[in-house]
Design a protein around this ligand. Structure first.
Ligand code: FAD
Length: 399
């Protein structure tokens, strides 16, 4: 599947430029159609690239707004901003991720979950989506909504098990977008409001490919859960200090290091990457995801080699990266900011190791994230009022 989504920036840029002409009216009218047999022609399929920031949100918005006005491409720009909204929302409430991760750890093996994951239920549409997910690493947004709804309300399986299935197979599997979207379908994110999959809607938007009719439970109540935790202040990323021997550390949450290089007062002497995709789940994360992340990191290091100094390891082990920093005689390691999730946890562990060696680890946050995340306080409806301001800042830092 890595073949369907080659993990390079070149591929990401080429997809972006071929999608831009379709980001206006075509996207607004066609985006809800789930048409895998036609290659999902009405959506961008940029998510594996955006998730790992082989392409940034700002870059994608800038390309689209280079061709369309904000009002003509409003739907598409809003969808890109959903990604930033979810990230900000989770960053302000990291407990939600911790609770989800604990719940997944506590899940028992369940034959019904195994049957659903294998695509062997009596609902053909659901089975087809389970297979598409495993085979391609991608599902259309509408299919994700129907799948999650059927998982929770018709098959009555734990939502966390479904979210974990997605995290083990989606190339764009993202702690914020995935966890919060599953919670939204379940009725936990906007309490009392859940998403019920209906046959007529599935049939219309699959152009009659699927029609599960009586098999769906359309009468279920939303799930209930504890109130949202209190918001915390955004974590202070800190500042890179001048005059120190500095190494760059990449990770899979941000593989566009130009902004980081520009934030450094001095040129870096070395660069390495710490990758944590296997930590997306306590189960087995697909080889497609591991391969995508590994090759995407290698692509980034190759492209920036002449600005990076000595080439260091691309590693999954915190200990090995700590060793690299010591061997290189670093006084400071600078990394792109890692939000809540596996990469963030790995950087936390690394920080402890480096502190013990007297090496500072500083995360640098992008202009886009600084502008977007503080507004993710309530619902998307309120957040979206900040979109004109957000896109007005484009150009400050896109790549
Ligand atoms: C249950 C469920 C789980 C999901 N899990 C993930 C996930 O793990 N990772 C992930 O990136 N998205 C997730 N999504 C959101 C969305 O389905 C995907 O981002 C989108 O389908 C990606 O396909 P695309 O690039 O063709 O999207 P397009 O429609 O072309 O949209 C362009 C970009 O906007 C962003 N975007 C679009 N829709 C959403 C959305 N609803 N929420 C957040 N960002 C969005 C993505 O970055 C996407 O690449 C989930 C949605 C649901 C309902």
């Amino acid at each position: 599947m890595t073949e369907l989504f080659p993990p390079t920036r070149l591929e990401a840029l080429s997809r972006l430029s071929s999608f831009v002409p379709r980001a206006g009216r075509d996207y607004a009218t066609g985006r809800n159609y789930d048409l895998p047999e036609k290659g999902h022609p009405h959506v961008s399929q940029l998510s594996p690239y955006l998730r790992h920031r082989l392409l940034t949100e700002a870059e994608v918005c800038e390309a689209v707004l280079g061709r369309y006005s904000l009002s003509s491409a409003e739907k598409f720009i809003q969808e890109v901003c959903w990604r930033s909204y979810w990230k900000g929302w989770l960053e302000l409430r990291p407990q939600i991720w911790a609770d989800y991760a604990n719940a997944v750890n506590m899940l028992d093996e369940d034959v019904h979950v195994a049957t659903a994951e294998a695509g062997q239920t009596d609902i053909d549409a659901f089975n087809a989506w389970a297979q598409e997910l495993v085979e391609t690493g991608y599902l259309h947004n509408h299919a994700r909504m129907w799948f999650a709804s059927i998982w929770i309300f018709t098959l009555e399986l734990p939502w966390q098990a479904g979210a974990d299935f997605f995290m083990r197979h989606l190339l764009d599997g993202d702690p914020a977008s995935n966890t919060l979207s599953w919670r939204w379908v379940a009725g936990l994110q906007t309490p009392g409001k859940h998403y019920i999959a209906r046959s007529s809607n599935i049939s219309k938007y699959t152009e009659g490919r699927h029609n599960p009719e009586w098999r769906l439970n359309t009468q279920a109540d939303p799930l209930s859960g504890p109130p949202h935790p209190e918001r915390r202040a955004l974590r202070d990323p800190g500042e890179v200090q001048p005059g120190l021997r500095t190494g760059i550390l990449l990770h899979e949450d941000d593989l566009s290091p130009k902004f980081l290089l520009e934030a450094l007062p001095d040129a870096p002497v070395a660069a390495a990457a710490l990758l944590s995709p296997a930590r997306r789940s306590p189960g087995t994360v697909s080889a497609k995801i591991l391969g995508f992340v590994d090759q995407a990191a290698a692509d980034t290091v190759d492209r920036w080699q002449d600005r990076f100094g000595a080439r260091g390891p691309i590693e999954t082990s915190v200990d090995k990266i700590a060793e690299w920093a010591v061997t290189q005689g670093l006084e400071q390691v600078a990394a792109p900011f890692a939000p809540v999730g596996p990469a963030g946890s790995s950087l936390r562990s690394l920080r402890k190791r480096l502190d013990a060696e007297g090496i500072t680890l500083t995360e640098v946050r992008r202009t886009w994230d600084n502008a977007a995340w503080p507004h993710a306080t309530h619902g998307f409806f309120r957040f979206k009022k900040t979109i004109p301001d957000l896109v007005a800042k484009l150009g400050a830092e896109t790549e």
